[in-house]
Design a protein around this ligand. Structure first.
Ligand code: IMP
Ligand code: MG
Length: 180
């Protein structure tokens, strides 16, 4: 195991099973609807790639990039750095997310995409950390992989200072790593 990791919270095998479960549900809901899966860069890329390869109905993919100015996402000031490249008006859209934390990012993306008048808009998040939710954010993901405790996790796309995204599992960082 990577030396900066205190414990593995979710193993590769648990992730693999969950991806299959989530994709099965999406396959049922979106069969024949030509959905567009939208990923918010960069944290979602690994989950996104695993998910769409389990989708068995014709679909499209697209990506957005957002950033928070004035510090972290918890300030709630979000701007679009890269917009979608396809028109989602009248289309069935599914946002794939890595983690629903304070909720600022997802809340912003959800409202932003709703403004583009999709036929439907749903959210599928791999992780949910409900204890961190900012008051006033009431969005409930339609599909959730794992509800996790309030700990900073890395791996499977999630980073700390842009590192650890390549770990195949989801782990908790040793405190000394982010206290330095
Ligand atoms: P938000 O606070 O819900 O807006 O989450 C914003 C972003 O913060 C997520 O998309 C992740 O990229 C990142 N994030 C939140 N919690 C964690 C974590 O535990 N580890 C790594 N990144 C995180
Ligand atoms: Mg991040």
């Amino acid at each position: 195991m990577e030396k900066s990791i205190k414990e593995i919270l979710i193993t590769e095998e648990q992730i693999r099973q969950k991806v299959e479960e989530l994709a099965d549900a999406l396959n049922k809901e979106y069969a024949g609807k030509n959905p567009i899966f939208v990923g918010v860069l960069k944290g979602v890329v690994i989950f996104f790639a695993d998910m769409v390869r389990k989708i068995n109905t014709p679909c499209e993919i697209d990506f957005m990039c957002i950033s928070s100015y004035g510090g972290t996402s918890s300030t709630g000031n979000v701007v679009v750095k890269k917009d979608l490249s396809v028109d989602i008006k009248g289309r069935h859209v599914v946002i794939l997310e890595d983690i629903y934390d304070t909720g600022n990012s997802l809340d912003f993306v959800y409202k932003y995409l709703l403004g583009k008048e999709p036929a439907s808009l749903k959210i599928c998040t791999l992780l949910d950390k409900p204890e961190r939710r900012k008051p006033g954010i009431t969005l409930v993901p339609d599909y959730t992989g794992f509800v996790i405790p309030n700990e900073f996790v890395v791996g499977y796309g999630l980073d700390f200072n842009e590192h650890y995204r390549n770990l195949p599992y989801i782990g908790v960082l040793k405190p000394e790593v982010y206290q330095n």
